[in-house]
Ligand binder design. Structure first.
Ligand code: SAH
Length: 219
C-alpha cells in the first residue's frame, strides 16, 4: 500500500495543488515525481504547531536541530535521480522526518534510508508505517558509510551536506546510477549529480543549496 491523500479537507487539497503548480513553474516536469509529492501528506511529518505551513515550499524544523527538506529540493533531487525511469533500489542518507523517504517509496521498488539520530529514525519509522509504506528500510547508522549490504544502488540521494563526497557512496553506485548530493561548507553548498559510467564518473553541478551538515561521528 502507498501513502495517499487522506484526512485532509478541501482547503488543504487546494494548498497542495498550489504547491504542485509551484514545483511545475520551478522546472519539475517529471509527472511521476509531481504525483508522488501530491500524494504524500507532508503535514503528517511535522509538528502540529507548524502543520498549517506544511504545503509551503520551505524547509521547517523537525527537532534535534534538523529540518524537513523543502519540497522543491525533494522534487528536484528525485527528478535528477530518476531521469524518467522506475528505480529499483535507492539509498537515502539522512532520513530526518521520513518525508522524502515517503516520496521516494512511490518512485522505487525499495528504499534504504540511514539516519544518525535514533529518535528521528524511530519517529520516521512509525509515521511511514502509519502511512502504509512497506518498501522502506530504515537503519540507525552513519550514512557516510552507505549501506554496503544492499549495494549496489540504482540511485543514492543525500539530504545532509559533507565537505567532500564520502568514497563509500561512490563505490555503492551501480553502473549507470546517479548520486545526488549537496557538497560544501555549512550555509552554502553546491548540489552535485555524479553519474557512474562503465569506467569513470561524470559530475554535473546544479544550483546552490543550504542543507544541514552531514555529521561525521561514530555511532
Ligand atoms: N530529507 C529529510 C531531511 C532531513 S535533514 C526530510 O525530508 O525530513 C538531514 C538529516 O540528515 C538529519 O536528520 C540529520 O540527522 C541527518 N544526518 C546528518 N549527518 C548524518 C550522517 N552522517 N548519517 C546519517 N544521517 C545524517
Amino acid at each position: 500500500m502507498k501513502p495517499d491523500i487522506q484526512g485532509i479537507g478541501m482547503t488543504s487539497f487546494r494548498t497542495r495543488e498550489r504547491l504542485i503548480q509551484r514545483l511545475r513553474a520551478g522546472g519539475i516536469t517529471d509527472q511521476e515525481v509531481l504525483d508522488s509529492v501530491r500524494a504524500v501528506p507532508r503535514h503528517v511529518f511535522i509538528d502540529e504547531a507548524l502543520a498549517s505551513r506544511a504545503y509551503e515550499d520551505t524547509a521547517l524544523p523537525i527537532g534535534y536541530g534538523q529540518t524537513i527538506s523543502q519540497p522543491y529540493i525533494v522534487a528536484r533531487m528525485c527528478q535528477c535521480l530518476r531521469q524518467g525511469r522506475r528505480l529499483q533500489n535507492v539509498l537515502e542518507i539522512g532520513t530526518g522526518s521520513g518525508y522524502q523517504t515517503a516520496v521516494l517509496s512511490r518512485l522505487a521498488e525499495r528504499v534504504y534510508t540511514v539516519e544518525r539520530i535514533d529518535a528521528l529514525l524511530k519517529r520516521a519509522r512509525l509515521l511511514l508505517r502509519r502511512l502504509g509504506v512497506l518498501n522502506a528500510h530504515l537503519r540507525h547508522a552513519d550514512g557516510s558509510q552507505g549501506w554496503p549490504e544492499h549495494a549496489p544502488f540504482d540511485g543514492i540521494v543525500v539530504s545532509a551536506a559533507p565537505a567532500e563526497i564520502p568514497p563509500p557512496l561512490l563505490a555503492q553506485l551501480a553502473p549507470g546510477a546517479r548520486l545526488v548530493i549537496p557538497v560544501g561548507d555549512a550555509g552554502m553548498q553546491e548540489l552535485l549529480v555524479i553519474q557512474r559510467n562503465e569506467s569513470d564518473f561524470t559530475r554535473e553541478r546544479l544550483e546552490l543549496v543550504n542543507f544541514v551538515p552531514l555529521v561525521k561521528d561514530r555511532l
